[in-house]
Design a protein around this ligand. Structure first.
Ligand SMILES: N=c1c2ncn([C@@H]3O[C@H](COP(=O)(O)OP(=O)(O)OP(=O)(O)O)[C@@H](O)[C@H]3O)c2ncn1[C@@H]1O[C@H](COP(=O)(O)O)[C@@H](O)[C@H]1O
Length: 113
C-alpha cells in the first residue's frame, strides 16, 4: 500500500472517536452506515459520469475523474473502518489474486460456462 493510503487509513481510524463538529469523518460515523453507503454510491455514480466525460488531451476532465475516484476510495475506506474491516485485508486479497487470470479464475468457478 502506498504511504499516502497507509497514512490516510491511520487518520481515519483516529477520527472515529473525534468530535463530529470538527471532523467530517467523525460526522460520517455519527450519521451511521446508511449515510456512509449513500456517499459511496454517490461517489461511484460521479466516478462513472466523470469517466464517460473524459476527453483525450483535456486536463480538466482528467482531473475531474481523478478527484471523483479519490472521493470514492476515501468513502470506501470510511465504510470499511465503520464496519471494522481492516483495509489491509483488501490489499491482501488483491495480492492473492495477482498473477491469476480473471478469465481462468472465472472458468474454475463455473466450469460449465
Ligand atoms: N481525503 C479526504 C476527503 N476526500 C473527500 N472528503 C470530503 O468528502 C466530502 C464529499 O464531498 P461532497 O461534495 O459529496 O460533500 P457534500 O455535498 O458536502 O456531502 P453531503 O452533504 O452530501 O454529506 C467533502 O466534504 C470532502 O471534503 C474528504 N474528507 C477528508 N479526507 C481525509 O480525511 C482526513 C480527516 O478529515 P476530517 O475528519 O474532516 O478531519 C483529512 O485530513 C483528509 O486526509
Amino acid at each position: 500500500m502506498s504511504d499516502t493510503l497507509e497514512q490516510l487509513a491511520d487518520v481515519l481510524e483516529a477520527r472515529r472517536s473525534a468530535d463530529p463538529k470538527s471532523s467530517y469523518v467523525a460526522q460520517l460515523h455519527h450519521r451511521g452506515l446508511n449515510k456512509i453507503l449513500e456517499k459511496v454510491g454517490e461517489e461511484a455514480t460521479e466516478t462513472i459520469l466523470a469517466a464517460k466525460d473524459l476527453k483525450a488531451d483535456d486536463a480538466s476532465s482528467r482531473q475531474a475523474l481523478i478527484g471523483e475516484v479519490a472521493d470514492l476510495w476515501f468513502h470506501s475506506l470510511v465504510m470499511l473502518s465503520h464496519l471494522d474491516v481492516d483495509h489491509r485485508d483488501i490489499l491482501d486479497e488483491l495480492g492473492r489474486r495477482a498473477g491469476v487470470s480473471g478469465l481462468e479464475e472465472k472458468a474454475s468457478r463455473r466450469p460449465s460456462e
